[in-house]
Design a protein around this ligand. Structure first.
Ligand code: URA
Length: 426
């Protein structure tokens, strides 16, 4: 640790809109991670970054220092091109589940090291844990072996990857500094780069159900993350996608796995299929492979890879998925067309039914969630079941219904749902 750098100068430089030197950035990340900088001083710096932002070079060094705070997975023995995907999170966003085996079936290795859900957006690991026996905690050599043999793994990111992010994220959470584009971008990219992937496709969502509410900030986040990827030699492409309407027909854990199986069997909701294929095509292209993901979906090879992946991680791909003991049905009050189905309302309802957690140590229910029988633009008839609220604890239903109050509308005129993929940034 350098003796010529002190934390008060670092805070003052950023507070006054200056650019931190590489040495200052490296010193701060290292000292904070190892307990050498107090939380109040780190908080002041994060708030200064929140207001002043970071220059591109400063952010590249900040991210590099976060990566260097832990281990970097060595995927050189995998024997296939490596490519991963990250989504900034949305409601009904189960896309990683069909996408990982699909891209693996096209010949790539997909090291999907994921996190758990927090708040109204679901977590990939929570969904997978609704499959009996499925193990998300894998040792690094198990990850590498599975990538070599199957090309597909979805597991928890180990504690060794970017430990600086864990400390900084916890501090941002309690200091109102989460919503800063350089801090979000470095947090996401440090974990993805430490994972060792050669290329990366980002699904950056905006809308009521997303982390970023508007397109302008989502675009800025996407451009920042693509820039960090390039600075670290990771080929990175971002798709900007709409998240005002929840994806598919289900938001929850086990019910999203069931929808994934529909997609892998060649059916499933058209928006889930469209986004899965759009992301898969980008991933296959970045991996330099000459394969058509639509073929791998149609010929059953993606489904076979899914079954092998679930089995390799201790799960039973044929085990029945958990069913909720209580189902509350909301019927269409009139005939017409769904003109609104708000992603945030649906996400909060699923969360309140037990599908999500408020604190990171909370358990989640594998069977809780919301099913919608029609989405924006589709016709419904009066009295037909429109929504299903599923839970094992009926006392949760009133709060879930409250979240859905005003979140959907049925009108006499058909409306067209807007495009899902808005732009591509590379
Ligand atoms: N997800 C992350 O991993 N980090 C952030 O800062 C925000 C979302």
């Amino acid at each position: 640790m350098s003796t010529s750098i002190n934390m008060i100068d670092v805070i003052r430089t950023k507070r006054d809109g200056g650019t931190l030197s590489d040495a200052q950035v490296r010193w701060f990340i290292d000292a904070y991670t190892s307990g050498g900088v107090a939380d109040e001083q780190a908080s002041a710096l994060l708030m200064a970054v929140f207001f002043r932002g970071m220059a591109p070079g400063e952010l590249a060094t900040w991210t590099a220092a976060m990566i260097a705070s832990g281990e970097r997975l060595d995927l050189s023995k995998v024997g296939r091109p490596t490519v991963d995907k990250h989504s900034t999170g949305g409601v009904g966003d189960k896309i990683s589940l069909p996408l990982v085996p699909l891209v693996a079936a096209c010949g790539a290795a997909v090291p999907q090291l994921s996190g758990r859900g927090l708040g109204h957006t679901g977590g990939t690991l929570d969904k997978l844990e609704s499959i009996a026996g499925f193990r998300v905690a894998l040792a690094n050599d198990e990850v590498v072996d599975q990538l070599r043999t199957l090309g597909a793994v979805i597991c928890a990111a180990g504690d060794g990857l970017a430990p600086a992010d864990r400390k900084l994220y916890a501090l941002r959470d309690v200091t109102a500094t989460v919503e800063s584009i350089p801090l979000i971008a470095s947090s996401i990219m440090s974990k993805k780069i430490a994972e060792g992937t050669e290329s990366l496709v980002l699904d950056v969502k905006f809308g009521t159900g997303a982390f970023m509410a508007d397109e302008v900030s989502a675009r800025q986040l996407a451009e920042t993350m693509v820039g960090i990827g390039a600075a670290h030699g990771v080929r990175t492409v971002a798709l900007l996608t709409a998240m005002d309407v929840p994806l598919g027909r289900t938001a929850g854990n086990g019910i999203e796995v069931a929808e994934t199986l529909d997609v892998l069997r060649g059916g499933g909701p058209s928006d889930v299929v469209e986004l899965t294929l759009a992301l898969a095509r980008e991933m296959v292209a970045l991996a330099g492979l000459d394969a058509d993901p639509a073929v791998a979906l149609a010929d059953g090879s993606a489904l076979a890879t899914w079954r092998a992946m679930i089995g390799a991680q201790g799960g039973d791909p044929d085990a029945p998925l958990p069913e909720a003991s209580h189902v509350q049905v909301v019927r269409a009050p009139s005939s017409g067309y769904v003109t609104q189905l708000d992603a945030r309302g649906v996400g909060v309802a699923a969360w309140r039914l037990g599908a999500g957690r408020a604190r990171k140590e909370d358990p989640v229910s594998p069977s809780a969630g919301v099913v919608w029988h029609a989405t924006v633009g589709e016709r419904v008839e009066e009295g037909q079941p429109f929504l299903e609220l599923r839970t094992d604890d009926p006392s949760r239903v009133p709060a879930a219904l409250e979240a859905l109050d005003g979140a959907w509308r049925i009108g006499p005129e058909p409306v067209e749902r807007g495009p899902l993929v808005i732009d591509r940034i590379s």
